[in-house]
Write a protein that binds this ligand. Structure first.
Ligand code: FES
Ligand code: FES
Length: 156
């Protein structure tokens, strides 16, 4: 039976009607109109649906509405805007760290969680943090360079 869930998404209070076991990703991409998080595998295997929940990366394809209620959810739309890109977003563009871009929102969200807890990660730490984010276009080398570039920018 559908219920009303109160969510906090990108700093804004939102409400969603749905079943308690509805994946957060469906609510984000449907009624909430936030399509940055992508559906890939639907089973915690690809990272394309990544969001931050209370500052920690979470797979929105697995988090349910009931689990997301009253938590602080941040999607890629809450990390930067076209007019005010986050340093990670700028760095991904400057390093050409994508081809099709399908994985990019999930990678940036996951990289933000990393930089928030470790402002100066080396390549191994970045690779480890991003190991659950798949890029079928093979951009991982450039992604690591982009995260390093963003870390330097944020340290200025
Ligand atoms: S769609 Fe969520 S991990 Fe792949
Ligand atoms: S850029 Fe295409 S899947 Fe990563």
């Amino acid at each position: 039976m559908a219920e009303t869930f109160k969510l906090r998404v990108n700093g804004v209070a939102r409400q969603v009607d749905g079943d308690s076991d509805m994946p957060l990703l469906y609510a984000l991409r449907g009624p909430l109109g936030l399509v940055g998080a992508k559906y890939g595998c639907g089973s915690e295997q690809c990272g394309s649906c990544s969001v931050l929940m209370d500052g920690v990366r979470a797979f929105a394809c697995k988090i349910t509405l009931a689990q997301a209620a009253s938590r602080d959810i941040v999607t890629i739309e809450g990390i930067g805007t076209p007019d005010n890109l986050h340093p990670l977003q700028k760095a991904f563009m400057e390093e050409h760290a994508f081809q099709c871009g399908y994985c990019t929102p999930g990678l940036i969200v996951t990289a933000k969680a990393l930089l928030d807890r470790d402002p100066d990660p080396d390549a191994a730490a970045i690779a480890s943090a991003l190991q659950d984010n798949l890029c079928r276009c093979g951009s991982h080398g450039r992604v690591i360079a982009a995260v390093r570039r963003a870390a330097k920018e944020l340290a200025r």
